[in-house]
Design a protein around this ligand. Structure first.
Ligand code: CA
Ligand code: CA
Ligand code: CA
Ligand code: ZN
Length: 334
């Protein structure tokens, strides 16, 4: 009798400590948040904005947009079906009401940016049929890490299976175009894309730049200078206006303008994709591009261009395939 009472008391103690150890969740898959869309410079058209050491006052309140976060797991953290955010700087965002309202000086703001833009990118991919009528593309919770790392760099790694965003200059994850560029690499990893040659690396950089623009234009709407990539992040390392990390309209040609550096050479590829989009619209362009990229063996730009033309033909017929060919032809790729 006495023994049984002791056992019950011990059980109660375990239950009590478990309750204290686990934070209550939100219990809901949706939430509200403030984000940049895609970044303050593009959004407000103010080229003179500067980081000012991450000061909240450096960016006008107009640059913050209220959005709905979706696909959350109900834990009250930024963890969901298509993105899971881990931060090694500052406190992880947490809300029992899924209310994620922060300013850019707060570490949680970048966590929210990463969650929102990656989730929206995956939803956009699924809206094209990937995961239903077509094979899935990176259809899983993408791990994201935001850390100091000291350098102004972000990268996607297939080994750790996560995307990392640095905090040099303007914090990288304050610019949706940087987030989406890195997600572009994650898309390639998920598609079995081989990075075995310099041209394959250039294709991946070019695709990332294009992906940043096509997704933001699809979600935010048309902008004044869409060819400019990472208008906000680049204010900390470019002096001429408009501030751009890279552009989609440098008019580089294959193979004469190849210099052997993946980001520079990627501008040949990104412009071809941009021209395809302008010719046939984002839905057909992005479906054909994603479909053509599956299992790319790491060969040349002309090889992948042919795969994308073939995908366009199967999906939409000869006339659309011809428009895709013309865009690659204008870059000297086909
Ligand atoms: Ca910040
Ligand atoms: Ca930066
Ligand atoms: Ca831009
Ligand atoms: Zn890259």
């Amino acid at each position: 009798m006495k023994r049984a009472l002791v056992a019950v008391a011990a059980l109660a103690l375990v239950a009590a400590s478990a309750a204290y150890a686990t934070k209550p969740g939100s219990g809901s898959s949706t939430g509200t948040a403030l984000v940049f869309a895609p970044n303050p410079v593009q959004d407000l058209g103010i080229q003179t904005l500067t980081d000012q050491k991450d000061a909240a006052r450096a960016v006008p309140q107009d640059a913050y947009h209220s959005v709905t976060l979706t696909d959350l797991d109900g834990s009250g953290t930024l963890s969901g079906k298509w993105a899971v955010v881990r931060s090694t700087t500052g406190t992880p965002a947490y809300s029992t009401t899924n209310t994620f309202v922060y300013d850019r000086h707060q570490d949680q703001f970048e966590q929210v940016m990463a969650y929102y833009w990656i989730t929206e990118a995956q939803k956009y991919i699924q809206s094209l049929g990937f995961g239903t009528t077509l094979r899935p593309v990176n259809m899983r919770p993408q791990a994201v890490r935001i850390n100091q790392w000291g350098v102004d760099n972000s990268f996607a790694t297939d080994k750790q299976d996560e995307i990392r965003f640095g905090k040099g200059g303007v914090d990288d994850a304050e610019d949706a175009e940087v987030i989406l560029h890195e997600y572009g690499h994650a898309i390639h990893f998920s598609q079995g894309f081989q990075f075995s040659t310099e041209q394959a690396g250039a294709i991946s950089e070019g695709f990332g730049d294009y992906w940043a623009v096509t997704v933001t234009e699809a979600i935010v709407g048309a902008s004044a200078d869409p060819e400019c990539v990472a208008d906000w992040d680049s204010t900390s390392y470019t002096s001429s206006e408009p501030h751009c990390l890279r552009r989609l309209d440098e008019d580089k040609k294959y193979p004469t303008d190849l210099v052997g550096e993946v980001h520079a050479d990627g501008e040949i590829w990104s412009q071809a994709l941009w021209d395809i989009r302008n010719a046939i619209g984002n839905v057909k362009a992005d479906t054909a591009i994603l479909q053509g990229q599956f299992g790319f063996d790491g060969g040349t730009m002309p090889a992948l261009a042919s795969d994308i033309v073939a995908a366009a033909k199967v999906l939409y017929g000869q006339a659309t395939a011809n428009a895709v060919t013309a865009a690659f032809h204008d870059r000297g790729i086909l």
